[in-house]
Write a protein that binds this ligand. Sequence first.
Ligand code: T1G
Length: 699
Amino acid sequence: MNDAVSYEQQGAVGVITVANPPVNALSHSVRAGIAEALTASAADDTQAVVLCCDGRTFIAGADITEFGKPPQSPSLPDLLVQLDQHPKLTIAAIHGTALGGGFEVALTCNYRLAVNTAKVGLPEVKLGLLPGAGGTQRTPRLAGIPAAIELITSGNPLSAEKAASMKLIDRVVDGDLLAAAMSYAEELAQGDAPLRRASALPLDISGEDRQLIEATRQRLNKKTRGEHAPQRILDCLLAAGEQSFDEALATERSQFMACLSDPQSAALRHMFFAERAAAKIDSLPRNIEPTAVHHVGIIGAGTMGGGIAMCFAQAGIRVTLVDMSDEAVQAGIDKIAGNYAISVKRGRLSEDQVAGFMANITPSSRYSDLAEVDLVIEAVFENLAVKKEVFAELDSICKPGAILASNTSYQSIDEIAAATSRPESVLGMHFFSPANVMKLLEVVQGAASSESVIATAMATGKKIGKVSVLSGMCYGFIGNRMLRHYGREAALCLMEGASPRQIDSAMEHWGMAMGPLAVGDLAGLDIGYKAREQLSEAQKGDPKTYIIADRLVEAGRFGQKSGAGYYRYDPETRARLDDPVALEIIDAARGELGMVPRDISDEEIVDRLTLALANEGARILEEGIAQRASDIDVVYCYGYGFPRFRGGPMHNIEARGIAESVQRLREFQSTLDPDNWQIASLLEDLAASGAGLADYRRD
Ligand code: T1G
């Protein structure tokens, strides 16, 4: 065989063992090794063969790193034809996560056995793909069309028990998997069990199945708006019921190849690796060990503080939640309890789970209760003076080595750190609202933040289920700094003649979860208004970028919270309704500044907003605020509703072409306000050199 696959005869049973860490992906050596092992099994005097894996998991899928490279024989489909036609009993012994091509290998075996902790699934859709090795054909033959629709279009894993209940697994065992597999193989062989091939099972598609496929098509047209893979999966499942196995396999193959060459899949595979890369801090020595965080203090029991407390409580970490008075902190506790009650009502959590989470949260109105915490996260009013006072007091109370983090969105971590005697232990941990839902955590490194503190914050983020991204210190860090340029262009498109509906629809059709003006209404237009009141006219910038928002707020239109902003909101359904009053206010504001409205195309709107984002992202990259372009993509896809199937703002312009993007930026520089369209020198350099953003690292 080879280094990745071994074959050993043990009595009447042959054992194929895959050893390709870290996840036994089906790289070429694994495919070739299994093929050779099957050939050996066919030729020896065994009666059955068990396929198992070393390490932490059964095969977790095709090797994603091989996509886009020249194919090497045997392909996975070819290997599975050999496995399907194998003349002896084949048994898959599953532990860990049998996913994608790995589960397709198992489905091609005659029988499947799993330990009770194992999970199985077909997550290809999350990569913009579909099961390309018979998964869309074998799954419905074993478990039926409805189960296949749910498993393959959701991409979510199943427990071994659940899979067994769906006849996708034959036996669930506890304890020594290989021993159980060997005895199962002997039992099957001695019982003359048939060579049961899923490919030979009949599949009669009913009228209800067809209706379900059609209903799912409609549902996914909304839920996964703009995404191609889910629709192609349904085409394959329909083919399973209408074509022979071999014909439908050919249909699946062509649909898979269409997905593989689709830019959406390239973007989603980019995001898969981007999320994992973000956890790696290039500047940190490999041997840096995060310190343990067992007890966290949170200052501020408001919306953010409460949401952050929930994150830690749900991860089993003790929380002391502090506010200025018993009443204030109790109000925060009540809000948390209310959030959990909704989750219980929706069936997402059980009463016992919630009781456990709440037991991890201790309310307090005394900073002195934070003397022994390992980490404090401050989430008080967004005012630098207030934060400096809080940190000075924490510094005097918290034990040596305790980490002091601020959840600030904008304030200077360095100025906050200067208020303490331990600047090396101070940094930003910027959560996104609602903190218990949004996965992004920006870990903001101050000038003095130590390596150990950074490593601990990144690891703590992962432990509470966040995707942590390291940011250097600048106004707005990575996400909000870029957002100001995105919001500026939305405001200017409005001033120049587009309506709120046109701007938001253009961006939502392009893939954004929510258009920028609807986001403004959701967050509250009064927040920006109050912030601008603190600024001088010069600091406010171009009045064209905020006069409409100001006039709406002055008319009492704060957004959803007041029932109207750029839109009017149905009090019952909260539906977003076009509002003539808002349009009049917008027109009047244009008149105040002498703006004559013009027609703006959806394409111009999308280009201005997405290129403004990427241009500022390139500046952030060349300043070293972000480690790599893909980190910026993670920030936007996990914190700002940027479509994952576009891969994030930086991947988006890479896919579009840097040179073409720079050309479009130059057009905006000459037709719009040139001050807003100074092109990042990094983009100019890459456009000239032809190099890509993905490999750029600041020296
Ligand atoms: N190919 C290549 N590398 C992979 C990989 C894969 N399929 N899965 C994981 N890795 C790397 C990952 O990049 C990381 O590398 C390391 O393994 C540990 O991963 C034909 C076409 C299995 C649940 O989508 O969901 O089969 O950062 O950090 O948290 O129909 O990895 O250490 O250098 O995620 O314990 C379908 C993807 C492929 C499964 C483990 N399969 N992987 O999670 O570790 S398409 C998937 C996962 C396919 C067929 C189609 C998770 C995991 P590094 P990790 P983890």
